[in-house]
Design a protein around this ligand. Structure first.
Ligand code: DHB
Ligand code: MG
Length: 223
């Protein structure tokens, strides 16, 4: 059995035991596949992790960079208390259109505001508007701009804000220091910016599962 299949089998085993059956979220993934999009959404177990993390810190305001088909957004929305909100940023209109359908399908449209256009621009508008800081931020947009996004994200944070960045391992490709792959270069530069960063403490967890071998970086804004 190839390693990937093994990881996938273990994820399915854990999902079957730990996660309630969730036809709505299955439909969201079904709609993503039917639209011909690649399987880039977080796994169900990772989605549940994000939701439980948001609940654990009592997140009321959540920012997501990179909506894609809205799968992680639905998980995050489900973590919200009354009056809470997820703002999710998506550059591709086709993805935003599909996500809006998925939010309606999942009954969470009222909890989510999708902002179309480049994350860089949407965040600059929020920074200039002086919006209330976010409690939890999930970075999952283009990896090339992670080094830029982290600076913007920090301007939208407060002490105690938790930031999760997806895809910081990529089957170990993150070890490639040749500079040839712009996404790898982006993630490496991002991680180097976190070294001795005055504003955040950081860690990362490698993950294996139905999404292959990857990892989340986690940052917490210091007091
Ligand atoms: C890719 C992007 C993602 O955010 C992800 O979770 C998996 C893959 C990609 O660009 O290939
Ligand atoms: Mg991702």
């Amino acid at each position: 059995m190839a390693n990937d299949e093994f990881y996938n089998e273990v994820d399915l085993y854990l999902e079957a035991r730990l996660l309630p059956k969730d036809p709505v979220l299955d439909d969201v993934i079904g709609a993503q596949d039917a639209a011909g999009l690649p399987p880039m959404a977080v796994s169900p177990l990772q989605g549940a992790f994000l939701k439980m993390l948001a609940q654990s810190i009592g997140a009321r305001r959540i920012l997501e960079l990179g909506t894609f088909a809205g799968y992680s957004t639905v998980w995050l929305a489900r973590a919200l208390p009354d009056g809470g909100k997820v703002i999710t940023l998506e550059h591709q209109n086709v993805n935003a259109d599909l996500s809006e359908k998925n939010f309606a399908r999942a009954g969470v449209s009222h909890l989510i505001e999708i902002r179309r256009g480049k994350a860089f621009k949407s965040m600059n508008i929020m920074i200039n508007d002086g919006v209330e800081p976010f409690d939890l931020i999930f970075m999952d947009a283009d990896k090339i701009n992670y080094p830029v996004y982290i600076d913007q994200v920090l301007l939208l944070s407060r002490p105690g804000t938790v930031i999760i960045a997806d895809n910081v391992v990529r089957e170990g490709r993150i070890l490639d220091d040749s500079g040839k792959d712009p996404s790898v270069r982006g993630v490496r530069t991002f991680l180097e910016k976190l070294t001795s960063h005055p504003q955040v403490e950081s860690t990362a967890l490698q993950t294996v599962g139905s999404k292959g071998h990857d990892g989340f970086a986690m940052m917490r804004v210091k007091s």
